[in-house]
Design a protein around this ligand. Structure first.
Ligand code: AMP
Length: 434
């Protein structure tokens, strides 16, 4: 009886070579653009002490209460697979005293994140982010620069039709006043709805963090959200000025945005500027990037007061969009196809094909070959499928004559070449010097 097939766990997926190529290309574009803005790469661990996230992201958030992959390791420590990168980057910033360096610390990171969410189109339990963080100033010019960089990147990978939603969610002074007013409003609305619309856990959630209600995608909540007080009615002078200055910078930079006083984010550490980039081509999970300021987080994690701002782009959604746009960052799928394919008939030819492949690869060519022998016909079929422009045929006659047979597939013509000169010939054809 056939063994049962094992499959990946729910909510995770394999990234196969064609897609992986587009991922790498998107990451390459990010590296290139981020470097121009002075960002250096940081690689933080995939798991951390649970406390980092509960303290950093906030005890009352959905991520911390419901979505973390948390387990006790064999030493009895509570460990969590990272649900996001900002807290880890701030921990690393404090632990490695990166604040001791002059100026703004600009860091980016890429990699998998883990959240136990309900899987659906565009929402996974392991997903990937490109994350950029700038630490060291509360100057709105930094907010603007971060947004310029983000939009430049999204444009460079071929996305269009995006909407940049912008808000200021207040600071430690005015946000609590707003949260209290919102809570009051939501309590009344809840009472008004009786037990009909709101279940107990929602009521609990409102008490815990009323701002999160504004993020609800439930159509039954839309009416309440549209009537709810918004933060702009509560901004203090500093918050109002911060947003106005940022908007002026964005206007001057030609970046389009929409001021959305109802925009809140799911993590507690945000203050002042928050933003989200959405696309109408994504369906229900329409955010391709989220970000904002988190001026208190570094201090919360034991570092010196360090205002900071950052964003995270969801790779799966980004790639879904480039696929729809038919663009694909930097080229079509298969933009690195095999150039030379080696067909070998007989034992000594097989051995020689290994040597020849290494030699050609050593000269920078993309080379593949058949494995496991087979007839000339079946090997040529594989050669054809590889898409290679040139096929080298090695048989006993070629080996003894010190030659190779070379076929240019488009021309279906075969010629004999000196074995010693084939590398030079192929390089001249495939890598002509300008
Ligand atoms: P956040 O860290 O929640 O601000 O999310 C930033 C971005 O990561 C979002 O805009 C999405 O593009 C992406 N993202 C967040 N959660 C998921 C998920 N479960 N699956 C796929 N992408 C996600």
């Amino acid at each position: 009886m056939a063994r049962q097939k094992l499959t990946a766990v729910r909510g995770v997926k394999d990234i196969l070579p064609e897609e992986a190529r587009r991922w790498s290309e998107a990451e390459r574009v990010a590296r290139e653009i981020f470097a121009r803005y002075g960002y250096g790469e940081i690689r933080v661990p995939a798991f951390e002490r649970t406390e980092l996230f509960s303290r950093g992201i906030g005890e009352g958030t959905d991520i911390v209460t419901k979505e973390m992959y948390t387990f006790e390791d064999k030493g009895g420590d509570s460990i969590t697979l990272r649900p996001e990168a900002t807290a880890s980057i701030c921990r690393a910033y404090v632990q490695n005293s990166l604040y001791a360096q002059a100026g703004v610390a600009k860091l980016f990171c890429t990699g998998p994140m883990f959240r136990y969410e309900r899987p659906q189109a565009g929402r996974y339990r392991q997903f990937h982010q490109i994350d950029a963080e700038a630490l060291g100033t509360d100057d709105p010019a930094l907010d603007a620069e971060v947004i310029f960089m983000l939009m430049e990147f999204l444009e460079a990978v071929g996305l269009s039709g995006l909407s940049l939603q912008l808000n200021n969610i207040g600071d430690a002074e005015c946000r609590p006043v707003y949260a209290a007013a919102l809570l009051e409003f939501l309590r009344e609305e809840t009472a008004g709805m009786g037990t009909g619309g709101m279940d107990e856990s929602l009521a609990e959630r409102i008490e815990r963090n009323p701002l999160r209600f504004l993020d609800s995608k439930d159509p039954a909540h839309a009416g309440i959200i549209s009537r709810a007080p918004t933060i702009d009615q509560f901004w203090n002078e500093r918050c109002r000025r911060h947003l106005d200055t940022l908007c002026r910078h964005l206007d001057r930079g030609g970046v389009h945005y929409e001021r959305n006083p109802a925009l809140v984010r799911g993590l507690d550490y945000y203050c002042l500027t928050v933003f989200e980039v959405t696309s109408e081509n994504l369906g229900a999970q329409n955010a391709v990037c989220g970000g904002g300021r988190y001026d208190g987080l570094v201090e919360e994690l034991g570092g010196p007061p360090t205002p900071a701002i950052g964003f995270a782009i969801g790779m799966e959604r980004l790639l879904q969009l480039t696929e729809k746009a038919g663009a694909g960052p930097g080229g079509e799928p298969g933009d690195q196809p095999i150039e030379v394919f080696i067909v070998a008939l007989g034992e000594s030819a097989e051995a020689e094909s290994l040597t020849l492949a290494s030699e050609l690869r050593g000269r920078g060519l993309r080379v593949d070959r058949t494995f496991g022998g087979g007839s000339m016909k079946s090997q040529m079929k594989r050669a054809d499928r590889s898409g290679a422009r040139y096929v080298i045929v090695l048989g006993e006659d070629e080996i003894s004559g010190g030659v190779v047979s070379l076929r240019e597939m488009a021309e279906s013509r075969q010629e004999s070449f000196e074995r010693a000169g084939i590398g030079d010939y192929l390089c001249a054809r495939l890598r002509p010097s300008p």
